[in-house]
Design a protein around this ligand. Structure first.
Ligand SMILES: Cc1ncc(COP(=O)(O)O)c(C=O)c1O
Length: 370
C-alpha cells in the first residue's frame, strides 16, 4: 500500500478553504458573530434542539454544563469508566468528584443497573456518554436510556449527555442523541464526525439553561459586548474562522453519516466469522459509528503487524479508574476488558472501499497465520 492509512483524519475541502478566504476578504473581527450564529443554527436544526451554544472545545462544554446545572465543589457525578478522560476531567475542574461506573458490554454505554447501585445522596448528576454514537440497549433492550432517565428523575438529578462522538446518531425513538438530557455536549476536535480544529457545543431545550450557558461562556456579561456583569463568567468563546469551517462541515454531514455506516458495514461483512477479532455491533438505523471499534486477541502484535503494512490503528481508552491520574480501586470488568483488547481500526471518511478490503485482508492474514 502506498500511503500510510491513518486511523483517523479530519477532512477539509475546497469549500472550507473558500469560506475562510471569503471571510478574510470581508475583514471581520474574527471573534464570534454572524457565522458563529449560523453554525449554531445549523446544529440546532440538525439535532432538533431549541438552543445551541458553541464553545472552544468539547471538554469545557461539559464543565460549563455542570456549572449551569449547579454542580459544585465536592458533589459526586456518575461517569462511565469507559470514556475519553475529558468526561471525568471536565467536572474535576470545578472540584466535583467523578464516580466511575462500568458500561454495558455491547454498547459501552453506562449500565443502568450499576448506576442505580452507585447512587448516593451526594450524587448530583449523571454524565451519560453515548459511546461511538450508541445508546444503551444491552441491559434493557427496549428502553436503555429511559431507565437512566427514570433513575435520574427519581433521584431528582439531571443527566448531562456527553455526545462528543455522536453527531448523526439517534435514540431509537428518532430523537437526536444529546437532546434528552438537561444539556447535550458535542466536540469538533480533529477526529470527530465534523471538525473545526478545536471546538464544541452545547444543546438544550431549556431557555434558562441556554441563557446561563451563553452568559457563562462570555465573562458573565449581561448583554452582547457590554461590560456589565451580573454573574461570574469566563471566556470560552468560538471564532468566526472556526465557524467558517463548521458551516461547510455541517453541509457535508448527511454524506459523512451515510459513508460512516457504509464503512462499518463493509468491515463487519469482511471480518465476519474471523476468530481473534470481534467488531462491536451497531444499530445502523440509528447509530453512526464514529470509529470502527473492536476487541482483539494479541492486540499489540496485530497493531505492529498492521503498522508495518502502512495501516494505522489506535488502542481504545483504558479503564479510567486505572489511569495514573485517578488510581482508584474497583472492579469494572467490561471497561477493563476493553483496556486489554480494544482496538480502533482505520475509520476516516476518506477510506476507499479497496482500502477497507486491503485492511481486512491483512487482519485475516494475521489471524490465519498466512
Ligand atoms: C466522549 C468524549 N468526551 C469529551 C471529549 C473532549 O472533547 P474535546 O477534545 O473537544 O475537548 C471527547 C474527545 O475526544 C470525547 O470523545
Amino acid at each position: 500500500m502506498d500511503r500510510f492509512i491513518l486511523q483517523m483524519q479530519p477532512w477539509f475541502g475546497e469549500e472550507e478553504k473558500q469560506a475562510i478566504i471569503d471571510y478574510l476578504n470581508e475583514g471581520g473581527f474574527m471573534t464570534e458573530f454572524k457565522r458563529t450564529e449560523k453554525f449554531e443554527q445549523m446544529i440546532a436544526e440538525y439535532t432538533g434542539a431549541r438552543h445551541c451554544i458553541v464553545v472552544n472545545n468539547g471538554t469545557i462544554s461539559l464543565t460549563l454544563a455542570a456549572i449551569a446545572l449547579g454542580i459544585q465543589h465536592g458533589d459526586d457525578v456518575i461517569v462511565p469508566n469507559y470514556s475519553m478522560i475529558a468526561s471525568p476531567n471536565s467536572i474535576k475542574m470545578i472540584g466535583a468528584n467523578p464516580v466511575f461506573v462500568d458500561v454495558e458490554p455491547e454498547t459501552l454505554c453506562l449500565d443502568a443497573a450499576l448506576v442505580e447501585k452507585a447512587l448516593t445522596p451526594a450524587t448530583k448528576a449523571i454524565m451519560f456518554v453515548s459511546a461511538n454514537g450508541r445508546f444503551p440497549r444491552t441491559r434493557f433492550p427496549h428502553d436503555g436510556y429511559e431507565r437512566l432517565a427514570r433513575i435520574a428523575e427519581h433521584a431528582g438529578i439531571p443527566i448531562i449527555e456527553d455526545a462528543a462522538q455522536s453527531l448523526g446518531s439517534y435514540f431509537p425513538d428518532g430523537q437526536h442523541i444529546g437532546t434528552k438530557g438537561a444539556v447535550g455536549s458535542f466536540s469538533f476536535s480533529a477526529p470527530k464526525i465534523i471538525s473545526t480544529g478545536q471546538g464544541g457545543c452545547l444543546i438544550t431545550n431549556n431557555d434558562e439553561i441556554a441563557f446561563n450557558l451563553r452568559r457563562l461562556k462570555d465573562f458573565g456579561r449581561s448583554g452582547g459586548g457590554n461590560d456589565i456583569h451580573d454573574t461570574i463568567g469566563y471566556n470560552f468563546k468560538f471564532t468566526e474562522l472556526q465557524a467558517c469551517l463548521g458551516i461547510e462541515q455541517m453541509k457535508k454531514v448527511p454524506w459523512r453519516v451515510k459513508r460512516k455506516k457504509e464503512i462499518a458495514q463493509r468491515y463487519l461483512k469482511n471480518l465476519a466469522g474471523l476468530s481473534g477479532i470481534k467488531l462491536f455491533d451497531h444499530d445502523f438505523r440509528w447509530t453512526t459509528p464514529w470509529f470502527i471499534d473492536s476487541l482483539c486477541e494479541r492486540r499489540n502484535e496485530l497493531q505492529e503487524y498492521l503498522k508495518k503494512r502502512n495501516i494505522g490503528t489506535r488502542v481504545m481508552y483504558p479503564p479510567i479508574h486505572r489511569q495514573k491520574a485517578y488510581q482508584l480501586k474497583g472492579d469494572h470488568p467490561v471497561s477493563e476488558n476493553v483496556g486489554e483488547k480494544g482496538l480502533w481500526l482505520p475509520s476516516a471518511n476518506q477510506l476507499a472501499d479497496a482500502e477497507i478490503d486491503l485492511i481486512c485482508q491483512n487482519i485475516t492474514a494475521f489471524y490465519r497465520g498466512v
